[in-house]
Design a protein around this ligand. Structure first.
Ligand SMILES: C[S@@+](CC[C@H](N)C(=O)[O-])C[C@H]1O[C@@H](n2cnc3c(N)ncnc32)[C@H](O)[C@@H]1O
Length: 320
């Protein structure tokens, strides 16, 4: 949807392409320089010949055009719009589906004091300005803070986190439930697939003295950075798209709250891939413990439901 809308806009507006930057550009349509924190996108964009940045610190400030594929999360989008205005010397274009922030895009950009044009296409809104240099500098500086990790107190503990990460400003109820149902004898080398800002791995490292090491993987480099800040040396945080993970029988247990969304779309298959990779990562006798929303059809031979509670199910399997 958003790709179709942007493709249409690019065909109908003379967007300067020579020095263009995309924020969260999709490999299907992006060109030039692209900022993307997701491992899978970075490789696909590089394969397409784009110049990719996975952190924003080294982005230039003099692009002719900056194009933003706005994510669903509101504060993250606010930060990206500010970053686009900071990096562009001239033109900024934003796009979002109507049902994921699109309808407020125009007002959000106008609030910077710039002249805004817009079009509606493919159930998305595309808005743009040619005078990004006139944007309110104080507002840019203030909203840029949405893209930076911050330490916040959740349930009595301080956590490094940032908008855009899964459940970024709360402890996820499913992960909490999973932690409560882990066996007291959990020990050895553990993996956390899809670690987010590092809640599960940090709590396991604290609560289970028998754990010697945890590898915590996530496909979003911002999550990996936060997980590193939230953890001791016992935990290695690793930037990895689990779809491309070369699983080997290394772990005594995999403990995870797998994703079931790819970007904005529900994708149960992604959760199933996590399960397959987790089972293939267990040593003989090793155990998988995972939490899932109750409606998700993850049932398969060898994977049993330990508990069903509060809309979640805790599932487990043992490697033969
Ligand atoms: C349901 S969240 C769980 C986060 C964290 N473990 C917690 O309990 O709060 C799933 C995590 O998987 C990550 N993720 C999504 N797709 C991924 C992929 N293809 N490869 C690796 N990680 C992925 C997301 O960034 C997110 O942090």
């Amino acid at each position: 949807m958003i790709n179709d809308a942007l493709t249409y806009a690019l065909q109908n507006i003379a967007v300067p392409r020579k020095r263009a930057l995309w924020l969260y550009g999709d490999p299907a349509i992006a060109f030039g320089d692209v900022y993307h924190p997701w491992h899978s996108k970075v490789h696909a964009l590089e394969n397409k010949g784009c110049n990719v940045f996975s952190t924003m610190e080294s982005l230039a400030r003099d692009y002719d055009a900056v194009i933003v594929e706005c994510p669903k999360q509101r504060e993250e989008t606010q930060g990206l719009i500010a970053l686009a205005l900071l990096c562009s010397g001239r033109f900024v274009m934003l796009a979002a589906p109507n049902n994921a922030g699109g309808t407020r895009l125009r007002k959000t950009l106008e609030a910077y004091g710039v002249k805004v044009e817009h079009m509606a296409k493919h159930h998305c809104q595309v808005v743009w300005t040619w005078n990004s240099v006139d944007a309110d500098k104080e507002m840019i500086a203030s909203n840029l803070s949405q893209l930076v990790p911050k330490q916040i107190t959740m349930e009595g503990q301080d956590w490094w986190t940032q908008p855009g990460l899964f459940a970024w400003n709360k402890i996820d109820a499913g992960s909490k439930l999973l932690l409560q149902h882990l066996p007291a004898n959990l020990a050895g080398k553990i993996a956390d697939f899809g670690c987010g800002y590092g809640y599960l791995c940090a709590m396991m490292a604290k609560q289970f003295p028998g754990i010697t090491h945890i590898d915590a993987y996530d496909g979003d480099i911002r999550a990996v950075a936060c997980a590193t800040s939230n953890n001791s040396k016992k935990v290695d945080s690793i930037w990895q798209d689990m779809r491309g993970f070369a699983a080997r029988p290394l772990y005594d247990a995999v403990v995870m709250n797998p994703p079931f969304h790819d970007g904005k779309e529900e994708d149960v298959e992604l959760g199933r891939i996590f399960i397959t990779k987790a089972l293939a990562s267990l040593k003989s006798g090793g155990r998988l413990f995972m939490v899932a929303n109750r409606h998700l059809g993850y049932e398969q031979k060898g994977l049993t439901v330990l508990v069903q509670k509060e809309g979640y199910k805790i599932m487990t399997a043992r490697a033969s």
